[in-house]
Every structure is written in structure tokens, then in C-alpha cells.
Design a protein around this ligand. Structure first.
Ligand code: COS
Length: 389
């Protein structure tokens, strides 16, 4: 739902200019140094990017899902690592609190997240609990006015920079499933938290992940999100519904960028006496990519509008993430193909995108998890008794 077309247009134009003038020229530097320069992070803060989705009352821009998607469609036209700097504050790191936190919790933590002073990470995945998130083992045992947390979280985006974690941990050891899980806000400086070394990854240099280890870490009971035990898994799933639409928009934007680069290359690169864009087999790759991007863009905007209307969008979010991330992978593959030998060479940049976008099919739920969510929801909607749990 777009609230004010004029203000949104200014924001989108500013973001597009920032991407074009500041981010794109620094893509290679970030890939080489594995760091986003501090002055770029400072500009992101000044533009309010850390607080895109945080309610205005806590200092954010309170974008609707549709507005957020439109911003991401601009932001994503560069290396995905740039978005990661503030991505967890906009999405998975903050939204548990926004959706289910108490007023007091929001007042304490959201303003810092909105300015970017506090980096928020989402700590769900564990060494033995990836796709099967409900099987997580990190425990939070109540002792007086504290919970004692023990366990290890894995591949946690922005953990090396985090000021706090939205942590999912098991408060009820008698319930091994989703119902035994609670969500907490845990400050990164809490004694008992330590960090693994930074993971070395296939791509997305400049975006950092690592293990987070909780060893008898004592978290105030006041930091139980919403103040109620056993709701953490649902909080995580709701956060991921939103996150999956956001990531799908990232996929569309990255695919648009790769296609633009491939098209620009195809019209200047000559073989057999003419630009390769004149050959129908190359045109087929361009056209397939264009059509698929258009389909994904339409899906993402539709799902965003449905969410803004307050409708449940778990199925649509998974459809978007499934289709857009797979589409992005196909476009990346075709873009490398259109570049030919140059596509394999680092200096042309397209192989870097090819590696960077591979993650889209994996994080915030693999393609296979999206398929499972969609099909299970379809079957449930039928209400056939033998499929009832
Ligand atoms: N919104 C609100 N509630 C939801 C929900 C959603 N989108 N999805 C599930 N729930 C609820 C269910 O309704 C159920 O509650 P009840 O028992 O009260 O009915 C509870 O959560 C458990 O759901 P379910 O039984 O579907 O859980 P499963 O363990 O069978 O499977 C999947 C859940 C596989 C879908 C989940 O674990 C998942 O998404 N895994 C991928 C995790 C992921 O994306 N990780 C990426 C890393 S984080 S960046």
C-alpha cells in the first residue's frame, strides 16, 4: 500500500542514485577487501536505510511491504553484500520485535536499530537444525528473573557486527517441536556469548556470517519477546514470511542488473561480423530472462500488496521466494553464457554475481522448503481429514 506517492518517488530516486553513484563503482573493492567501506555505511545510516521497516514511533520510516519491495527493487541492482549491511535490521533481525514485542521492548531496542547504531541479527539456524528449524536445541532455562541460554547458532548473518540477536531457543525441554521454542532479544555484550571465526563463503564478500556460541549466557526474563513462552517458532515463521518477499524482490533486482549487463555486452560484442545481440539464440536468452523477471516482479508486488491488506501470505511468500530465486539463478547462468569466455573472467564482474546470487536459493528457506510450505498449505486448505495434524 503506497501511502504518499510523492515522498516514495523521492526516496526511490535517492536510493537509485546512491546505488548508481556510490555502490556500483565500489562493487569490486568490496569483493576484494571483503568489507563495505565505512563511509558507505555512514551514508546508509544518513539515508535511513537501517530503519526502513521500523515504525515511525521508534525512529524508522515504517515502509509498507509494497513500499519496501519498491525500495529493494532499486537497492538490489548491485552486489547483494551492500544490502546485507542493513538487511538484518530491516528484516529478520528486527521484525520479531516489531511483530510480537512488548511496547517496552520496542521502546528499548527499536530506535537503535532504526539509526543503525545497533545491528540486529537473527539467530535461528544451528549446526543440526537448518531446514528443520523446529528441531533446534539451544536451550533457555528459566532461573529466577533470567533465562540461562546454552547452544550454538550457525551461519548467522551480521553476527560479527551485531549489537543484539533475535534468538530462538527451547524453553520447554519436554516439547521437542515448535511449541517448545521461545524468542528472545539478547544483547551481544551479554557475558557467555562468544563468536566463531568469520565463515569463508562462495560469494557475497563484504557480508559476514559466523557461529554464535551461548555458554551459560544469562538473559533477563524481560527480554522474552512478547513476554510469553512457546511462541518463538511462530514469530520466526512470520518474520520469514516477510523476509521471503523481501529476498524475492532482491532476486528480481539482481536479475534485472545481470540482464542489463548482458544486454549491454551483447549489443557491443561482435562475432561473425555483427553484434551477438543480432543472433536469435542470444535473443532467446535475453527474451526468456526478460519474461521471467517480469513474472517474478509481478508476483512480488502482488504478494506485498496482499500482505499490506492484512491477508495471510505464507503461501504467496514461498511462491515468490521459490520462483524469483530460481529465476535469478537461470538469469545469472544465461548472463554468463552471453558474456562467453569473458563471463568466466573476474574482471567482467558477471561471474561474481553468478556466485553471489546462488545464496538466494538457499537462505531464508531453501527452494525445497518453499515447495514444501506451498504444497502443505494447499493440502491443508482442502481440509481433507487424513492430512490433518
Ligand atoms: N506463520 C505463522 N505460524 C506458522 C507459520 C507461519 N508462516 N508457519 C508455521 N506456523 C505455525 C504452525 O501453524 C504451527 O502451529 P500450530 O502447531 O499451533 O498449528 C507451528 O508454527 C509449527 O508449524 P509446522 O508444523 O508447519 O512446523 P514444521 O516443523 O513441520 O515445518 C517449516 C516448518 C519446514 C516450514 C519450517 O521449519 C521452515 O520454514 N524451515 C526453514 C527454516 C528457514 O527458512 N531457515 C532459514 C534460516 S533463517 S535466515
Amino acid at each position: 500500500m503506497i501511502r504518499d506517492q510523492e515522498t516514495l518517488a523521492i526516496l526511490l530516486a535517492n536510493v537509485a542514485r546512491f546505488v548508481r553513484e556510490q555502490l556500483v563503482p565500489n562493487e569490486e573493492l568490496v569483493a576484494e577487501t571483503d568489507e563495505v567501506p565505512a563511509d558507505i555505511v555512514a551514508q546508509m545510516k544518513a539515508m535511513g536505510l537501517f530503519g526502513l521497516t521500523i515504525p515511525e514511533a521508534y525512529g524508522g520510516l515504517a515502509l509498507t511491504m509494497e513500499e519496501e519491495v519498491l525500495v529493494v527493487l532499486e537497492l538490489g541492482r548491485t552486489s547483494p553484500a551492500f544490502r546485507s549491511v542493513f538487511g538484518t535490521n530491516v528484516g529478520i533481525g528486527s521484525q520479531g520485535l516489531v511483530l510480537d514485542g512488548t511496547e517496552e521492548q520496542k521502546r528499548k531496542y527499536l530506535p537503535g536499530m532504526a539509526t543503525g547504531e545497533l545491528i540486529a541479527s537473527f539467530a535461528l539456524t544451528e549446526p543440526e537444525a537448518g531446514s528443520d528449524a523446529a528441531s533446534l536445541r539451544t536451550s533457555a532455562r528459566r532461573e529466577g528473573d533470567r533465562y540461562v541460554v546454552n547452544g550454538t547458532k550457525r551461519f548467522i548473518t551480521n553476527a560479527p557486527h551485531a549489537g543484539l540477536f533475535t534468538l530462538m531457543a527451547r524453553t520447554n525441554s519436554d516439547d521437542p517441536g515448535a511449541g517448545g521454542i521461545s524468542a528472545f532479544i539478547v544483547e551481544a555484550k551479554t557475558p557467555g556469548i562468544s563468536f566463531g571465526k568469520r565463515d569463508r563463503k562462495m560469494g557475497q564478500k563484504g557480508a559476514h556470517t559466523c557461529d554464535v556460541i551461548f555458554d551459560s549466557c544469562r538473559v533477563p526474563a524481560a527480554n522474552l519477546i512478547g513476554g510469553v513462552e512457546g511462541r518463538g517458532f511462530k514469530t520466526a515463521m512470520k518474520v520469514l514470511d516477510k523476509g521471503r518477499i523481501h529476498i524475492a524482490a532482491m532476486c528480481v533486482a539482481a536479475a534485472e542488473r545481470m540482464l542489463a549487463d548482458a544486454l549491454a555486452y551483447a549489443v557491443q560484442r561482435k562475432q561473425f561480423g555483427q553484434p551477438i545481440a543480432g543472433f536469435q539464440l542470444v535473443q532467446a536468452m535475453l527474451a526468456e530472462s526478460k519474461a521471467e523477471i517480469y513474472a517474478a516482479r509481478s508476483m512480488v508486488l502482488d504478494a506485498a500488496r496482499l500482505r499490506d491488506e492484512g491477508l495471510p501470505v505464507a503461501t504467496e511468500a514461498s511462491c515468490c521466494k521459490l520462483f524469483a530465486s530460481e529465476m535469478c539463478g537461470r538469469v545469472a547462468d544465461r548472463a554468463v553464457q552471453i558474456f562467453g569466455g569473458a563471463g568466466y573472467m573476474s574482471e567482467y564482474g558477471i561471474e561474481r554475481f553468478y556466485r553471489d546470487v546462488r545464496l538466494f536459493r538457499i537462505y531464508e528457506g531453501t527452494t525445497q522448503i518453499q515447495q514444501l510450505v506451498i504444497a502443505r498449505n494447499m493440502i491443508r486448505e482442502l481440509g481433507v481429514p487424513q492430512f490433518d495434524r
